[in-house]
Ligand binder design. Structure first.
Ligand code: AMP
Length: 143
């Protein structure tokens, strides 16, 4: 299974991005409004300049409450691990597990094409298991 197929199966609506100079308050509002765990940081909506997740917010706030008045650039991760639409899902899943993050932006050429979360991966795996179970069930019960 390729990453591109996971993106196609997701409800469309584009990727939510935020600029590095936006405020942490705006970031929290966007995470809450869209009910998501991470945003891609992009100056122009096409490049990937960073990623910022709810974990970054919690970690930084724990150390310094005034970070709420800072910009996204102050708490984001700049060295972003990305994948391509042609990449294999299992390889991306193994990167997520070993690097301990739950989001990977998908880049097509040099343009942001989407984001894959651990939730998308788990949903796909469950759908696949359900399909295989149904196939085996009908095989066993056919007359
Ligand atoms: P997450 O598990 O995705 O909420 O992120 C945990 C930590 O990893 C946070 O510090 C994120 O900024 C960082 N992070 C999340 N996704 C990526 C990624 N694809 N590449 C690099 N760092 C990431």
């Amino acid at each position: 299974m390729r990453i591109g197929e996971i993106l196609e199966a997701k409800a469309s609506g584009g990727v939510v991005t935020i600029t590095p100079d936006a405020g942490v308050r705006e970031l929290i509002a966007l995470l809450a409004e869209h009910n998501i765990g991470a945003l891609i940081v992009s100056r122009d909506g096409a490049s990937v300049d960073g990623i910022v997740s709810e974990r970054d917010v919690v970690r930084h706030l724990h150390h310094d409450g005034t970070v709420i008045n800072n910009t996204v650039a102050a708490i984001m991760t700049s060295a972003v691990e990305t994948c391509a639409p042609d990449d294999d899902l299992d390889a991306v899943m193994s990167t997520m597990t070993s690097r301990r993050f739950r989001h990977v932006p998908v880049v097509d050429g040099d343009r942001l094409a989407g984001i894959v979360s651990i939730g998308d991966v788990v949903k796909h795996k469950i759908d696949r298991l359900q399909f295989e179970r149904d196939q085996l069930d009908s095989y066993v019960h056919q007359s």
